[in-house]
Write a protein that binds this ligand. Structure first.
Ligand SMILES: Cc1cc2nc3c(=O)[nH]c(=O)nc-3n(C[C@H](O)[C@H](O)[C@H](O)COP(=O)(O)OP(=O)(O)OC[C@H]3O[C@@H](n4cnc5c(N)ncnc54)[C@H](O)[C@@H]3O)c2cc1C
Length: 516
């Protein structure tokens, strides 16, 4: 990988500069480039993708982040990700997983179930595991579909209140209620609710506070379209997006952190990077607003209101991941499941509460990529990727002198937990191991506390609140933010969509108002 791409376009003034080549930054840049914009992307790392990347250890190439991608679908029935990639002219070799997940929950009322993808199959399996739950499970998906239609209508930008009230009444009824409230009101039995809430860690907030609407948009996109993975890991996706930008005469500079965003009279007009001033009509930041306000902008450029909003938001979950390269195949080790959630209690609220401490591992997700992509490691080998989610409080008190010991101890705990719960031995077969702590993610991504998830979407700050309030949040004219901290929160499909929609908004604005 060259450290700096060959520059195709040497102008010092661009239509847009994008700070950060994460999912959202790449899509925003690609969309603007497709609209004929001259675009410069600045990335502090040496490869594109941010979280969406892979890394090598010995003979293994590890997927760094992706457990499963939502909203991909098939060529015959494309989801939003496939449609967006088609718009860019990108063709990915997608691999699909037949099951949504296996979940093992310990404790009173615990269970071990494998839920298939596909709505009918999912509901049938729920009925088999929890008799009397078919109708309420199906009702949740039906309500989810209505919510999706309601969101699409709201996002169309052309909202007639009469149509909203008459055609999207169920959307309005459900939209601001939590997952717990809606599932209970649908009469779903407790155990079925617990199973249904398995995906909550993907949104990083408790189901008593996540909007049902938001949760269903995610669950529906996994279960209806089936979880998907690119054949060559996330890096394939990030490289393909980078290629689109470069082919459309955009530039991507690596090892090139943005040091400052330039502003004058309340407007952004460029950046400083690599020691030079570079100018643009629009600046897009794929970093957190907190980070930009504190370290990239002059203090007087940011209003007190913007600082207060950023300060009031709660940093979402942190991750601790262990990547294992094993010198046995998945079959030899007896690994049959691609994705397994391991909970130490069936109660999702309790799982969330316990993730505030390093004493427990209440929520763990483990993946063996070979079960979905058999040739993802050399023949006769396999990889296992174990992740737990931690709240900011859990990691806050770790002292530098304890770091190494704690990191190794915690990684060992996760491996043992997998071995015990799955009845599968991993330790004797470890050929390569890599451990990523919240500090690793913080160093690599530059996000506050290392979260890959943005801010928690809860309380006054749910997805709907953010969408409705978006136009009041722009702190500096011509400066836009994209990423997991945005309106739709974390995840591949959401950050792609977020970057694309901001790219379109900027392109349309410039087409309407003209370039400066
Ligand atoms: C272990 C793990 C597992 C995950 N599993 C899943 C999953 O299964 N499914 C799913 O959908 N999502 C998953 N996610 C979440 C998903 O990866 C993220 O939400 C998403 O990739 C975030 O994208 P982003 O656009 O916010 O950018 P980020 O990935 O945060 O990238 C931002 C980029 O900006 C760059 N940058 C920051 N500041 C500057 C600067 N000043 N100058 C230049 N560059 C800068 C950074 O270097 C980085 O490359 C997972 C994440 C992790 C870490």
């Amino acid at each position: 990988m060259p450290q700096k791409r060959k520059l195709k376009y040497m102008a010092k003034k661009y239509d847009a500069i994008v700070i950060g080549a994460g999912n959202a930054g790449l899509c925003c840049a690609a969309t603007m480039a497709k609209n004929g914009f001259s675009v410069l992307v600045l990335e502090r790392n040496s490869v594109p993708g941010g979280s969406a990347t892979s890394f090598r250890r010995g003979r293994f190439e590890f997927e760094a982040a992706l457990h499963e991608l939502a909203s991909v679908g098939t060529k015959e029935d494309p989801g939003s990700v496939m449609r967006l990639f088609s718009y860019y002219g990108i063709d990915i070799d997608w691999q699909y997983e037949k099951n949504a997940f296996r979940v093992i929950a310990d404790g009173d009322g615990g269970y071990d179930v494998t839920m298939p993808a596909g709505i009918e199959d999912f509901c049938r399996e729920m009925e088999r595991s929890v008799p009397g739950s078919f109708e309420s499970t199906l009702a949740a998906f039906k309500l989810g579909a209505k919510i999706g239609a309601g969101f699409n209508y709201l996002s169309s930008g052309n909202v007639d209140p009469q149509v909203l009230f008459s055609e999207h009444a169920d959307f309005l009824r459900a939209v601001s209620h939590s997952v717990d409230e809606c599932l209970s009101s649908l009469g779903m039995p407790k155990k079925a609710q617990d199973i249904f809430k398995t995906y909550w860690p993907y949104l990083g907030a408790p189901t008593s506070e996540i909007d049902f609407a938001h949760y269903m948009l995610m669950v529906d996109s996994y279960i209806r379209k089936r979880p998907a993975m690119p054949h060559l890991r996330s890096h394939e996706l990030s490289l393909a997006l980078e290629e689109v930008i470069v082919k459309l005469s955009g530039e991507v500079r690596y090892n090139c952190p943005c040091e400052k965003i330039l502003t004058k009279d309340g407007k952004a007009y460029g950046v400083i990077a690599g020691g030079e001033e570079i100018y643009a009509d629009a600046v897009v930041a794929n970093c957190f607003p907190d980070t930009a306000y504190k370290s990239l902008l002059d203090p007087e450029a940011v209003s007190e209101r913007a600082l207060k909003i950023a300060g009031a938001r709660k940093i979402s979950s942190l991750f601790f991941s262990v990547y294992l390269g094993l010198n046995r195949s998945a079959e030899e080790l007896g690994i049959k499941d691609y994705s397994v959630f391991l909970f130490d209690t069936p109660d999702s609220g309790e799982q969330y509460e316990r993730s505030a401490s390093l004493d427990t591992t209440s929520m763990v997700v483990a993946n063996c990529l070979n079960c979905a992509v058999p040739d993802s490691s050399p023949e006769g080998t396999s990889t296992v990727f174990i992740t737990t989610m931690l709240r900011e409080e859990a990691w806050g008190d770790v002292r530098p002198e304890d770091y190494k010991k704690l990191k190794n101890k915690f990684a060992k705990k996760l491996i043992k937990l997998y071995e015990n719960k799955m009845g599968i031995s991993l330790m004797p077969y470890i050929e390569e191991i890599a451990i990523a702590t919240p500090a690793t993610f913080a160093r690599y991504l530059g996000t506050p506390c290392g979260t890959p998830y943005g801010y928690e979407l809860r309380g006054w700050d749910t997805m709907l609140c953010r969408i409705m309030n978006a136009k009041n949040e722009q702190a500096v004219e011509n400066l836009y933010f994209v990423g997991a901290h945005g309106e739709r929160g974390d995840g591949y499909s959401t950050t792609y969509a977020n970057g694309h929609s901001v790219g379109e908004k900027i392109a349309k604005g410039v087409q309407k108002n003209g370039r400066s």
